[in-house]
Design a protein around this ligand. Structure first.
Ligand code: NAP
Length: 527
């Protein structure tokens, strides 16, 4: 289709796709193109606020995507004054985020506008105190009474916060003002607890006002999967079981627990990575083109993918899943301890730090194409990558010239690091003989676009302020993902439980993970 024929999809009579989905549209100097609102962070004394949220809001202000009418209020139980909070956040800004080298005066000016409310999460009086402050702030900063609440506490505190937001009237939308909530992961630890949490959320906020965050979706390279698939004409016709042999998704970390033993040892890698980030990646790779590029249409298609995966029976879960834990080993030239010897982990912990599995999507596009997934801690390298592995050509025409068996073409999405996309194919080696060698075409963000891409949290906070939900998980997505994950975790306990395997830190996981693919004559790609 030439550009004259290319249709821009109209969402309704007034709004074009561009207007509704691109929060980075033209803004004036004060960020007034973005909805004004106060941003309230619960759990503001925590790690996420320091490392990600405050630097992201600062970056948005530096980029003039947020302006003076976006005041920020931290809320937590710890006793501190506004000034203490401000000076901590000013230090945070010099350490984290894209603009940590910016002018110190600018960072301090931003910090000096921050407010801190000391309060409990389960005391209505403290929420009334917050309400009074927000009423004052609405007048002073012309926010129109709009408020974005960010739940950045451990999940145990979500319930009391939501309840008190309701009781205090803080969640009420009156007149034209809006009140929205961003909820951090994890949403539950199984299907039942996720349903309970979603019920609590809905007791206070309707689904339209809820933004369940999965920061993976805020990554440029993850969003680029959709741009690559649906913004180009040549790839989509090749995106099916007619041509694709299988798909590999690798999300590997070389670090261990990073001080999160308390959470991780009760969760494991399956809940931590597979249920959220990796199933999100899988749905973006596998979804059908949406009717329009906006929240509900995109999320409808993602949900259809999850519905097309049959949850495993116990025996299938045991057959198609490998769980493992790391032993001592060497990562990046350093000796590292076994998982059970990490601080905060019990000596006899059976928590999995690695999981690999095979999933199948039973729909017309993907029937017969296995999706292999692996994720783990203390692996050889930190890398997130999706490889679309194509079928071999039907004939080995060049073997007679001494070339190796035909290679499989691969489209590789490098999510991190070295963000980019590559296409592997074979080429004739120069010379008299008809010898073929594998080669690669490579697109790198760094060299094509330069500069630093926005952090995931920047994009997501801005989207929530603009009411754009495409990059957030809807309730049914969360529910269906747990429906798939629960049987895996259940198969690891009770009678005839699936074994827990072990791997040395610094490797790509246990032998059994290779065996999972070897059964069908496939193997994990070298990264
Ligand atoms: N950190 C990350 O990189 C990361 C990544 C993805 C998702 N998350 C999610 O984001 C949320 C916040 O993460 P975080 O790392 O910032 O958590 P955190 O540092 O453990 O906790 C944030 C704040 O919540 C309060 N808090 C801690 N334990 C609490 C408890 N048992 N009950 C009530 N309040 C408690 C504390 O503030 P006060 O005691 O002062 O009230 C603490 O400073 C969590 O849900 C986490 O799962 C974090």
């Amino acid at each position: 289709m030439n550009s004259e024929n290319a249709r821009s999809v109209t969402l309704d009579q007034e709004n074009t796709v561009e207007e509704l989905t691109n929060p980075f549209r033209a803004l004036d100097e004060e960020g007034a193109g973005t909805n004004p609102c106060a941003i309230v962070i619960f759990g503001a004394s925590g790690d996420l606020t320091h490392r990600k949220l405050i630097p992201a809001i600062f970056a948005l202000k530096q980029e003039r995507l947020l302006g003076n009418n976006h005041p920020v209020i931290g809320y937590a139980r710890r006793d501190k004054s506004d000034d203490q909070f401000r000076s901590e956040m000013s230090e945070t800004l010099s350490e984290f985020g894209r603009f940590n080298q910016s002018d110190a005066e600018v960072r301090e000016r931003f910090a000096s506008e921050l407010r801190y409310v000391r309060g409990a999460y389960d005391k209505i009086e403290d929420f009334r105190k917050l309400k009074k402050l927000l009423d004052d702030i609405a007048l002073r900063y012309q926010t129109g009474g709009n408020v974005l609440f960010y739940l950045s506490t451990p999940p145990g505190a979500f319930g009391p916060i939501l309840e008190n937001l309701k009781k205090s009237g803080l969640a009420d939308e009156s007149g034209s003002c809006w009140r929205r909530v961003i909820v951090e992961k994890p949403i539950g630890r199984d299907r039942n607890s996720a349903r309970e949490l979603n019920k609590k959320i809905h007791d206070t906020f309707t689904e339209r006002r809820v933004f369940r965050i999965d920061h993976y979706l805020g990554k440029e390279t993850v969003q680029n999967i959709l741009a690559f698939r649906f913004g180009n004409g040549i790839f989509e016709p090749l995106w099916s079981n007619h041509y694709i042999d299988h798909v590999q998704i690798t999300v590997a970390e070389s670090i261990g627990l990073g001080g999160r033993a308390g959470y991780f040892d009760t969760a494991g890698i399956t809940r931590d990575m597979l249920q959220s980030h990796i199933l999100q990646l899988l749905t973006l790779i596998a979804m059908e083109p949406p009717a329009a590029f906006r929240g509900e249409a995109i999320r409808d298609e993602k949900v259809k993918v999850l519905r097309s995966i049959q949850p495993y029976s116990r025996s299938d879960a045991i057959r198609n899943t490998v769980r493992a834990q790391y032993r001592a080993g060497i990562v990046d030239g350093q000796e590292v301890a076994a998982y059970v010897n990490e601080e905060g982990v019990s000596d006899n912990s059976k928590t999995e730090t690695f999981v690999s599995l095979k999933l199948e999507i039973d729909n017309w596009r993907w029937s017969g194409v296995p999706f292999y997934i692996r994720t783990g801690k203390r692996l050889s390298r930190r890398v997130s990558q999706v490889d679309i592995v194509y079928k071999k050509p039907p004939l080995a025409l060049f073997e007679q010239f001494g070339s190796a068996a035909p290679e499989q073409n691969v489209i590789g999405f490098r999510i991190q690091p070295d963000e980019g996309i590559s296409l592997s194919f074979v080429s004739k080696r120069p010379g008299q003989a008809m010898k073929l060698d594998p080669v690669r075409m490579d697109f790198q963000y760094r060299t094509s676009f330069g500069g630093t891409a926005p952090e995931a949290y920047e994009r997501l906070i801005l989207d929530a302020i603009n009411g754009e939900a495409s990059l957030f998980a809807r309730q049914d997505e969360v529910d269906l993902s747990w429906k798939l994950i629960d049987p895996l975790i259940e198969s690891w306990s009770g009678e005839n439980a699936a074994p827990l395997y072990y791997y040395s830190a610094g490797t790509w996981g246990p032998e059994e993970s290779q065996a999972l693919l070897a059964r069908s004559g496939r193997k994990w790609r070298r990264i």
